[in-house]
Design a protein around this ligand. Structure first.
Ligand code: 0X9
Ligand code: CA
Ligand code: CA
Ligand code: ZN
Length: 429
């Protein structure tokens, strides 16, 4: 059985061209098209659940597969083909080793995290938080003195890559962990911070989607849940349990949508992995990295009403944007989701962490500012600067977490969370 199956598979593989055909020849590859961004068109595109990549100079850019192009024609929405094509945008042969050059694939990340643990025993500890739908481990790197022990120190969380195509959002968390470890021995400020805290870094929350983005379709966003009816993927940044499914604007009940929320809060193993880590610790602050827009977002995402800790959240974001600018000269805008990105979200990560534990929680959308600046395609040469401008922002927030822990050593968890904990099988604190 097995032998026959793999012989067939081998034969089928021979028929698949080794290099992607240029877009236009392969019907599975999308085209990038633009349309006039007039309100009626925007509303229509939104209700048709198109994958909107961004808006600039009165045009809206859309990733459209052949069936989407047919829908645009049927709707009599005039569009223009853009010069980018996904086939061209996939990096060529590795510049610095590996199939996606300086960016990490999942297996490369696994190798480099293991390497950090081996180089910095006692300071770096890798654990798997659980497995993705397709069985890939979701790794966390913990950085602290005595990393193998749970010590009474300020806990801090950094997440990357909820969205598969946002490759740069893997690099910043990984490089943050690496920098802490490599500088620990020589930089007294870093040593002091690392000694007083427990830093948990999850660079790749969505390994299945990321792998699919690397190998098959560069613009893939969601995980790889088979939803039935030939539709795949849950948006794991709409699957968290705070105001999950509140309305159909902030997330979608449609399995074909790019913002499909899944069948229930925490229906996906990827969000459960983050949830279980979060509920088993007592984090003081967190950042979830995304791209693109170059903006620091804080809760709420589900409403335009301000969060109860507005002044703390806004003040910390201003401080972060300030240090970022001193590194690179770039300005990160800051504010609540709706004010910055023009749309509401429900079931997103930071609404859940803030809504559950009340801790400063940020979504940082990394550069570029817009689609025309490269969108999801960061140049390999920009990784370092993007990381370096984010480093002092993370260190400032970490310092705040350390100070907060010193001021209020008791966990800041809400009564709600304390009631929830035993029901989820976690020990009461
Ligand atoms: O829509 C999202 O999930 C995030 N943007 S992205 O382009 N990377 O997909 C933004 C989430 C914003 N969340 C809150 N403001 N709470
Ligand atoms: Ca420690
Ligand atoms: Ca601890
Ligand atoms: Zn994202």
């Amino acid at each position: 059985m097995m032998a026959k199956k793999s012989a067939t598979l081998f034969f089928v593989l021979l028929l698949i061209p080794a290099r992607p055909l240029p877009s236009g020849q392969d019907p599975s590859l999308p085209e990038i098209v633009s349309l006039s961004a007039r309100p009626s068109t925007m509303a229509r595109l939104a209700s048709l659940e198109f994958d909107l990549l961004g808006e600039k100079n009165g045009r809206v850019y859309v990733a459209a597969r052949p069936k989407d192009l047919a829908r645009l024609e049927a709707e009599r929405l005039p569009f223009r083909y853009e010069t980018w094509s996904v086939a061209r945008a996939v990096p060529g042969p590795a510049v610095q080793g590996g199939p996606i050059g300086a960016f990490h694939t999942g297996p490369e990340l696994e190798r480099d995290l293991a390497d950090l643990q081996a180089r910095f025993p006692g300071l770096a500890k890798i654990t798997s938080l659980g497995e993705s739908l397709e069985g890939r481990p979701i790794y966390a790197l913990k950085v602290s003195d005595n990393a193998g022990q749970d010590e009474p120190e300020a806990e801090f969380l950094v997440l990357g890559c909820h969205h598969a195509r946002e490759w740069i959002s893997v690099e910043v968390p990984y490089l943050f962990g690496r920098a802490l470890l490599e500088r620990y021995g020589t930089d007294p400020d870093i040593k002091r911070l690392v000694d007083q805290s427990e830093i948990w870094i999850v660079p790749l929350v969505n390994p299945d989607g990321h792998d699919y983005s690397v190998r098959v379709y560069r613009y893939w966003r969601k995980n790889r849940r088979a939803n039935g009816g030939g539709e795949f993927g849950v948006d794991i940044n709409r699957n968290y349990g705070f105001k999950w499914g509140l309305d159909n604007q902030g997330s979608s009940p449609n399995p074909a949508s790019e913002v499909y929320r899944g069948t229930a809060a925490f229906s996906e193993p990827e969000t459960r992995a983050v949830r279980d880590l979060f509920l088993s610790r007592s984090f003081r602050a967190m950042v979830s990295y995304h791209s693109f827009s170059q903006v620091i977002l804080y809760p709420w995402g589900y409403t335009s009403a301000p969060p109860p800790d507005f002044s703390t959240l806004n003040g910390l974001a201003q401080k972060m944007a300030g240090v970022m600018k001193t590194v690179s000269g770039r300005t990160y805008a800051l504010g609540q989701g709706i004010a910055m990105l023009n749309y509401l979200t429900n079931g997103d990560t930071i609404d859940w962490t803030y809504g559950t534990a009340g801790i400063p929680s940020y979504t940082i959308e990394l550069p570029p500012v817009d689609q025309l600046g490269g969108g999801f395609f960061n140049a390999e040469g920009d990784i370092d600067l993007i990381f370096r401008e984010n480093l002092p922002a993370l260190l400032d927030l970490l310092q705040w977490a350390v100070d907060d822990f010193a001021a209020r050593p008791a966990a800041p968890l809400s009564a709600f969370l304390d009631r929830l904990r035993p029901r989820l099988g976690f020990p009461r604190r």
